[in-house]
Design a protein around this ligand. Sequence first.
Ligand SMILES: CC(C)(COP(=O)(O)OP(=O)(O)OC[C@H]1O[C@@H](n2cnc3c(N)ncnc32)[C@H](O)[C@@H]1OP(=O)(O)O)[C@@H](O)C(=O)NCCC(=O)NCCS
Length: 208
Amino acid sequence: MTSGDYPKEVILRDGTGVTLRPVEEADARALCRLFDRIPEHDRWFLGEDVRDPQVIQNWMSMEERGKGFSIASILEGRILGLATLHRTHFGSKSHIGEIEISVDPEFRERHLATWMLLELINLAMSAELEILAMYLAEDRDSALLGSLKRLGFKAEAVLRSFLKDREGNLHNMVIMVKHLDIGLSNGDGFEKSPKTLISAIPAKAGIQ
Ligand SMILES: CC(C)(COP(=O)(O)OP(=O)(O)OC[C@H]1O[C@@H](n2cnc3c(N)ncnc32)[C@H](O)[C@@H]1OP(=O)(O)O)[C@@H](O)C(=O)NCCC(=O)NCCS
C-alpha cells in the first residue's frame, strides 16, 4: 500500500462524505470507541477479541509485519468502520487474503462496508494476492451475502452448524471466496482483467 494513494473520499448512499485511509498509530483510542459502539453480539462473530488493546495494537503494525493491511473510514475524527485483510507470507495460504469488516451501527446500510471492501480488493490485487475469503454466518449476514456476490464473491462452502453464538445457538458458516483473476460476475460468466474490473466495480455494485 502506498501512502500517496490516501486519503480517499467516498460518498455514502445518503450523501455523507467519508475519508478512507490506512489505520495509523494515533487511531487506537478512536478504534476502541468504534468497538464500544458495536454490539457485543456482533463482536462475538469477529475473529479476534476487539476489546483487547493488544489486538488493536496489532492492526497498527500489520503492514510492517507483513500480516496484511487495514482501512479505516473516518468522519470528523470519528472512525465509522474498519476493514482488515489478514495474510501470511508462508506456505500454502500465502496467496490468500482473509477479510473482516465492522461498521458503526449508526452508519450501516449506507454502503460503507461496500466501499471499504472495494478498497481491500484493490489493495489485494496490488499486493498480488490471488484469492480473497470471508467467513460469514449464513443467517446473520444474509444481507451482505447478496452484496458480496455482486462483487464477484461466490459461496464456495457452507459448514453446517459450525459457529456458536453467545447463547450457544449454532449457525451455518458460509465461506465466500473471490478469485482475483476472474473479475465481477454478471451472471453471464464474463471475465475481465483486474484493471478493467476495478473501473467497473462501482457501477456494477450499484454504489452511489
Ligand atoms: C456486516 C456489516 C459490515 C455491513 O456494513 P454496512 O456498511 O451496513 O454494509 P453496506 O451498507 O455496504 O451493505 C451492503 C448491502 O447489504 C445491505 N444491508 C446491510 N445490512 C443490512 C441489514 N441489516 N438489513 C438489510 N440490508 C442490509 C445494504 O443495504 C447493501 O445492499 P445493496 O448493495 O443492495 O444496497 C455491518 O452490519 C457490521 O459491522 N456487522 C457486524 C460485524 C460483521 O458481522 N461483519 C461481517 C463479518 S466479517
